[in-house]
Structures are given as structure tokens and as C-alpha cells.
Write a protein that binds this ligand. Structure first.
Ligand SMILES: CC(=O)N[C@H]1[C@@H](OP(=O)(O)O)O[C@H](CO)[C@@H](O)[C@@H]1O
Ligand SMILES: [Mg+2]
Length: 549
């Protein structure tokens, strides 16, 4: 069987590639202005169908979102059959296909691709797709549908939903009717699975105080409302920043990325979060989560991905001990260089901790190597993975006391509550609420496990970020030569100082991170390193940011 070239050609002509633009499938898939993504979406529809054929007709997911980016941006990511990110080797193929300049060139590239990868075109193909609330979404989805039709594949529209729901759906569809069935393949099924597990986990505990959720004016608002209905009184959710149809509102001065980057409360919550109360923020596609609380002096405190990892890991360790499983099921942590030094010190004194390069796929893969792998980026993206062997042990284990039996049931319920396909803001939120409820912790008590070192993240616009290369999980620069020694020299001048530099995978900038014992020193170190990078790697002297030292 060969490609239906005529059909592909006529549809491809309706989705021409804009000239002079180079697309790249990066850490977050293709991501740029929504207005220039039409051709990319059409081609991604075709690629998803081909990936499905290559994997014997397993369903592939396509998510249209630009997460925490501004509203005019959009993007697209492919999801592999178990709900995980697209295999890296295919990122390169996606980039090649997206950049073929004309329909002819595209068909030629497609033909080469099919032959090189020996894709059997007679196999069936199934694709499930969804989008967030961005205004550019509907048109981009219809371009994807054209791609799916061009391949005569079967498409399923999952509508407007969160990134984690789409990942869940992919796994649920592909495991349907097997012994590993992940859940019912619908958003409703997802909500039921999470809330049934949550209710079992908090049964008999006093209801916690109502929880404010900042939904970033994005798709999380829609899912949070439905979640609130399913939860009823088990925990009362108060979704705020839910203006999904107000132009320009998405991620604007709200959401998890705003809170983490600016280290402050979204202004819209100022009068809503009262002393002692806790709240949390999702990002624009609801796969990130940041908590916070106001202390009794009305001072804001952030509880980021590192704090969530510490809370959750300790809880799971306690449960494995209580169940008598602690020598059979070991918990490990995965972080990136952006993890606060305070968290790394605290966690590595207690558990195995691994540092990997930025990007969820790296964390996910490293977490799979533990019996129970807890991974979180400091920005609030993360989850917990239970290895197949651990799941097996949990289901065959025979507890010898009622206390062991209770703890075992809690762990089993956690495996249902946690979305193990990908970081999931709402599932993580329920997980945090379970731990707080079991420990009777307030935000303040949770926060007290370790103290965050003051830190600063700075973006530096350089002539070419591709000259930057790193090693040691991105903590050291190997190129341009000589720069790392100068960074080391600066870091030595600051007590508790740490700084590293890496090129962003999602923006055309280089990121500088620095931390030190106090705020002034952390800022100073960050701006010194930023100034160094700017001056030494061809930053425009006329545009040198004033804060750079
Ligand atoms: C410092 C930071 O937060 N970086 C983010 C950001 O990557 P960069 O490669 O730093 O642009 O976007 C990624 C995708 O969402 C996320 O995985 C990562 O943590
Ligand atoms: Mg996101």
C-alpha cells in the first residue's frame, strides 16, 4: 500500500507552510504564534496517523496548547500510547516534515520517511485530539483533522480539555479491556477515578477548609468546576480566574507560572486569600501546580514543585513503612538543576535523589527506574510513578496486622488518585490535600520541612543560543569555552552561592539561575552572571538591560 498522494496533495495545498519560518519540535512540542501554525497542525495530523500505524494501530494523542504562554501563542504535542511524551527520535522527524517548504517537498519527505522507518501503511491508524481554550484552537484543530483525513485515519475529538486529561485518555483507550486497564476512556471517567480514590483516602477525616484554585483563566477552570461537583463536601473547591472567554485574560497576571516566576500572589487573589488560608494555581493547560498560603501576619509563602515532592515522598515512605513494605518498595526523587538547593539538601539526606536535564521526559524516564519515583520540576510540573513490579507487589502483598492493611489500602488508592501518565495539576492538588489531611498540616507546617534558599531566574537575549552547551545535567557550561570558569569565580564570592546557565528549549533566550544565602546576594549573583553572559556572547551593548551587573 502506498500514500494517497492525490488526497494528501490537495489537502496540503490548503495548508501551505509560511516561508522564512523554521519550526522546531522542542521540549514542549511545536510552540509559537497560533496564527502561523496551520501547516504544522496539518502535518502533525499526518505524523500522528503514521506513528499510530508504526505502533500497530495503537491510539496516538495530539494536544493543542501553549500552556502558560501568552494567549496569542499556541502549540502542539504528540502523546505516545502509554500516555507519555513522544519518543525523542520522532521529534527530529516531526521537525523535518514541518519544515518542507512546499507541498511537493512535503510529499517527498513523507515518502522518504515512510520508507526509512518501514511504516506499513496498510495498518490501521487512530488519533485522539484535544485543545485548550485559546481562540486560535478551533481552526488549528480543523487543520489536524485534515491531516488525519489525508491518511484515512480514525480521529476522535476529545474537545476542550486539559493536557493531563488527554494523556489519561490515550492510556485509557490503549489499555481498554486489558489487565492493565487504566480507567474509563472519557473525561467523566477520569474525574470519577480521581474522586473515588480521593474520597476513600480522606474517609473519616475532618473536611479541610475550602481551597481556592486559581485556574489561570484557562481550561483548568472547566475541569476544576466538574471536579468540584464530583468532590462535593469531601473538599470544597473554589475556582477563581475562570474567565476562559475574556480576550487576553489567559495566564495574564495569574496562574502557576506567574506565581513561580514573580514569587508573588496573583493580584486578583489579593483580597480573597486570608491569613492562614491556602490556595493553589494551575497553569493554562492545568498540568502544573503551585501552592501558597498567607501566614498570620498576612505574608505570602509559596510552596512550589520541590515542596510538593518533599511532602508527597515523605508521605509515601511513611505508608510503605506502616504497611511493612519499606524494604521491598523504595522511594526515589528526580529533580532538575532548578530545584532549590534547600530542597536538594533536605531530600538527599533522606532519600536517593537524581538530577536530570530540564524537560518532563527526562524526569519521567529517570523516575521509571525507581520502585516509586517522585518527580517534580520546581515550577510545579510532576507526578509519582509506581513501577509495574511495585504494583504487582501491592496487589499480592498480605498484610499481617489491621494497621498494615490500612496503610496498604492507602497506597493502592494513591496509585488510582495519581495521574501516572504525566504531571497533572488537579490530580497533584488532590494528592497534596490527602497528605495535608492525613498529617493535619496547615500550609505553615508543610512549609517548615526546609527553608528555600533565595533565588533568581533571569532571561538573557543573546545573538545565538545554540552555541551554549552543557554537561552534568545542565549544571555546567562546556561551550562557549572559558565561560564556566568565570561563573565559578563569581559564585565563589557568595556564601551558599550556586549559579548555572543553559539555553532555553522553549524560548529564544539563555536562562541564568542563581541562589545564595539572602535575597540581595541571590539577585546580585544572578545579574552578575547575566551581565557576564551578555557581554561575552555578543549581546547588543545598546540594549544591555540596566539591572545586569
Ligand atoms: C526554568 C523552567 O521553568 N523551564 C521550563 C521551560 O523550559 P525551558 O527549556 O527552560 O524553556 O518549559 C519547559 C516546558 O514546559 C519546562 O519543562 C521547563 O521546566
Ligand atoms: Mg502546562
Amino acid at each position: 500500500m502506498s500514500l494517497a498522494v492525490d488526497r494528501i496533495r490537495s489537502l496540503s495545498d490548503q495548508h501551505p507552510k509560511p516561508s522564512n519560518i523554521h519550526f522546531q519540535y522542542g521540549t514542549a512540542g511545536f510552540r509559537t504564534l497560533g496564527s502561523i501554525l496551520d501547516s504544522v497542525m496539518f502535518r502533525v495530523g499526518i505524523l500522528a496517523a503514521l506513528r499510530s500505524k508504526k505502533l500497530d494501530g495503537k491510539t496516538i494523542g495530539v494536544m493543542v496548547t501553549a500552556s502558560h504562554n501568552p494567549e496569542p501563542d499556541n502549540g502542539v504535542k504528540l502523546v505516545d500510547p502509554r500516555g507519555e511524551m513522544l519518543e525523542s527520535a520522532w521529534e527530529v522527524h516531526a521537525t523535518v516534515l514541518a519544515n518542507a517548504p512546499t507541498t511537493d517537498a512535503f510529499i517527498e519527505a513523507l515518502d522518504t520517511f515512510v520508507r526509512t522507518l518501514k511504516i506499513d501503511l496498510s495498518k490501521p491508524a487512530k488519533v485522539v485530539y484535544a485543545r485548550d481554550t485559546r481562540p486560535s484552537g478551533p481552526a488549528l484543530i480543523s487543520a489536524i483533522e485534515d491531516g488525519i483525513n489525508a491518511m484515512d485515519a480514525e480521529g476522535r475529538d476529545a474537545g476542550v480539555t486539559s493536557t493531563p486529561v488527554l494523556h489519561y485518555l490515550v492510556r485509557a483507550i490503549n489499555t481498554k479491556g486489558t489487565k492493565d486497564e487504566y480507567g474509563e476512556d472519557s473525561e467523566e471517567g477520569y474525574l470519577r477515578k480521581l474522586t473515588v480514590a480521593f474520597k476513600k483516602l480522606v474517609a473519616g477525616k475532618p473536611a479541610p477548609p475550602p481551597l481556592l484554585i486559581d485556574c489561570a483563566n484557562g481550561v483548568g477552570a472547566q475541569v476544576a468546576h466538574k471536579l468540584a461537583e464530583h468532590l462535593g463536601d469531601a473538599v470544597r473547591l473554589i475556582p477563581v480566574n475562570t474567565a476562559t472567554t475574556t480576550p487576553g485574560a489567559l495566564n495574564n497576571s495569574c496562574g502557576a507560572d506567574f506565581v513561580k516566576t514573580s514569587q508573588k500572589l496573583p493580584p486578583s487573589l489579593n483580597s480573597q486569600l486570608t491569613a492562614g488560608q491556602r490556595g493553589c494555581s494551575l497553569d493554562g493547560d492545568a498540568d502544573r501546580l503551585i501552592y501558597y498560603y498567607m501566614d498570620s501576619r498576612n505574608q505570602f509563602h509559596m510552596l512550589d514543585g520541590d515542596k510538593i515532592a518533599a511532602l508527597v515522598a515523605a508521605f509515601i515512605v511513611d505508608l510503605t513503612k506502616a504497611a511493612g513494605l519499606d524494604d521491598q518498595i523504595k522511594v526515589g526523587i528526580v529533580q532538575t538543576a532548578y530545584a532549590n538547593g534547600g530542597s536538594t539538601k533536605y531530600l538527599s539526606e533522606r532519600l536517593p535523589v537524581k538530577c536530570v536535564p530540564t524537560g518532563v521526559k527526562h524526569l519521567h524516564h529517570a523516575a521509571e527506574k525507581y520502585d516509586v519515583g517522585v518527580y517534580f520540576e520546581a515550577n510545579g510540573h510532576g507526578t509519582v510513578l509506581f513501577s509495574p513490579e511495585s504494583l504487582e507487589k501491592l496487589s499480592s502483598y498480605e498484610p499481617s496486622t489491621p494497621a498494615q492493611s490500612t496503610a496498604l489500602n492507602h497506597i493502592i488508592n494513591l496509585t488510582q488518585l495519581i495521574n501516572q501518565t504525566v504531571g497533572d495539576g488537579l490530580s497533584d492538588m488532590l494528592l497534596v490535600e490527602v497528605v495535608l489531611s492525613h498529617k493535619s498540616y496547615s500550609g505553615e507546617e508543610w512549609d517548615s520541612s526546609y527553608v528555600d534558599l533565595p533565588n533568581r531566574l533571569v532571561k538573557v537575549v543573546v545573538a545565538d543560543r545554540n552555541i551554549f552547551r552543557t554537561e552534568d545535567a545542565e549544571r555546567r557550561l562546556i561551550s562557549p569555552p572559558g565561560i564556566q570558569a568565570k561563573i565559578d569565580e563569581l559564585v565563589r564570592r557568595y556564601e551558599g552561592g550556586r549559579s548555572f546557565v543553559r539555553p532555553s528549549g522553549t524560548e529564544d533566550v539563555v536562562r541564568v539561575y542563581a541562589e545564595a544565602m539572602n535575597r540581595t546576594q541571590a539577585d546580585e549573583l544572578a545579574f552578575r552572571v547575566a551581565g557576564l553572559i551578555y557581554d561575552e556572547t555578543g549581546g547588543d551593548p545598546g540594549r544591555r538591560p540596566v539591572e545586569f551587573l
